[in-house]
Unconditional design. Sequence first.
Length: 290
Amino acid sequence: MPYNENIEKSIEKTATRWKNPGKKKMFGGILCIVLLMANPGCGSESPPPQSGTMPVESEQQPEEPAVSTEETFAEMENTLLNAETVRIVYRVSSHGAFETSMEGELLLQADNRARLEAAGTFSGNALNLHLLSDGRQMRGGCESGTFALETPPYLNEGILIGITRMGLLHNLAKLSSGQPPDRTDGTVREWVQVSDFSTGEEKQVGDMQGRPIVFQITVSGDPVGEAMLWIDPQTGMPVQRFQKVYFGTVEMHVSEEYEVFSYNEDMDPAVFQDQNALLSDSPAGMADNF
């Protein structure tokens, strides 16, 4: 392969200087170097590729986006609304505007079957609260007043959204005045809304160490309070709730503890029909005269 004329003259000069036969080997090496400099591709072949697979850098898996507190709350609500059954064993207390201390159990089953009982004191009065619906008829109230009505079409939705957004105490208060649960006509989601989600300070709640979901509560567009809700990361269900409710310039502080908050457990439909049956593991029995 032709190469540069200047390089050729340089080679001739070098050959004249190295006429000594003993220097021929060295000259051959110099010649080879010069030829390689003139045309690096000549005189040798590229080494064959080494066998084996070239190491490939492992691709870093993108991190899954963190689930927001609002998404966690919405998932909890959707799970409860789509569940076949829900069971809650609870303790509720409040101080400030109203002094309350009650405990009981709530059972819900598809097709608007519901059974609730609570016993304790409400505004200083000892009360036993009751609600029973077989999906067609419902009745409930307390010693001072009762009701008997057709089961509304969205009974269980009204109860569940009431619990998740306002807490249990609201509908316990309705029963204490002889009235049925609020907004069971399909309008509860528009009536009570939650917003401004954030995360509260970490705290030990029972066996769980965690941060609560904090949110604001509005009813008919008016701010009425703020809540902190601890949700078990294993079950996705509430464990405890602290809430501040505004009554003009007076506040009420509410605490709700959920000893059991489960869904899709087996549940005997007869418990929603037999008014004399006691709720299982309930701290207070259904009153004989209910």
